[in-house]
Structures are given as C-alpha cells and as structure tokens.
Ligand binder design. Structure first.
Ligand code: HEC
Length: 122
C-alpha cells in the first residue's frame, strides 16, 4: 500500500495543477472556458487556432483584429450576442500579458550594474 504521506502529496499536486492551468481542448488548444466553443466555431475556418492562442491583448485589441478581418479578410459579421461572447472569452482568457503592462524602466530607475568596471587609468 502506498505511504499515506505520498498519497497526500499526489492529491495536493493534482488539485494545485488543475487550479492553476486551464484545461485545453485537445483538438484546438483553446482554453476551456465560457464561450470557447463559439470561438472555435467562428475562428478556425481560415487559419489555425494557434494564430488565435498565440495572440493576446485587451478587448479593444481583439475587437480591432475582428474588424480588420471583417474589412479585409472576408470574416463574416456576428450578431451582437455572438460578438460579446467572443470578446468576453478572448479578453479574459487571452488578455494582456502581465509583463506587457509595465513599461520598461528608465535607465535612472535601474539598480546599479555590479559588473561595470571603474574607468581604467594607467
Ligand atoms: C474568413 C476568414 C477568417 C476567419 C473566420 C477568422 N480569421 Fe483571423 N485572420 C484571417 C486572415 C486571412 C488572417 C491573416 C493570416 C496571416 O497573416 O497569415 C488572420 C489573422 C488573424 C490573427 C493574427 C493577426 C496578426 O496580427 O498577426 C489573429 C489573432 C486572428 N486572425 C484571430 C481570429 C479570431 C479571434 C477569429 C474569430 C473571431 C478569426 N481570426 C476568424 C482570416 C480569418
């Protein structure tokens, strides 16, 4: 019989992974969350789902991509509800990346470079 402590660790491991990572649809790689099927049905006819899942950004970003595809790439119009569902899903599951939100530090805000050599005078 497995050691009870080992079993506890195993269970802990299982619950913490499922809490952290969203489940992915094995076919498309989309995160399983409200609205994902609508996105799958409307966003994989012309290109791979990976083009969608590799992208990320605000609601405005996704809306402008959709408008661009509607204007230039032959993407069909959505009724208001469908568009809402798609934008809700994309902006919450593929929203702005945390590290993209913070602008880079200015040089004078950076810690001192420990490797910088004092000027050599000989
Ligand atoms: C009618 C065809 C069509 C459909 C349906 C479609 N797209 Fe696109 N999409 C395109 C084309 C064409 C491109 C440009 C592909 C390329 O550059 O290789 C593109 C590019 C993209 C890109 C990459 C944009 C970039 O900056 O490189 C994303 C993200 C994207 N689509 C998301 C979506 C989403 C989300 C949906 C569903 C709401 C969707 N697409 C549905 C035609 C479509």
């Amino acid at each position: 019989m497995a050691h009870p402590a080992a079993l506890g660790l195993l269970l802990l491991g299982l619950t913490s992974t499922s809490a952290l990572a969203a489940e992915l649809d094995p076919q498309t790689g989309f995160k399983i969350a409200p609205g994902w099927e609508t996105v799958r049905n409307n966003c994989t006819a012309c290109h791979s789902s990976q083009l969608v899942t590799q992208n990320s950004g605000s609601r405005e970003h996704w809306l402008s991509l959709i408008r661009w595809m509607q204007d230039k790439q032959g993407l069909w119009q959505f009724d208001a509800n469908t568009e809402q569902t798609i934008l809700d899903y994309l902006s919450s599951e593929y929203g702005p990346k945390a590290d993209a939100r913070r602008p880079p530090l200015r040089a004078d805000q950076l810690p001192e470079n420990p490797y910088r050599q004092p000027a050599q005078t000989q």
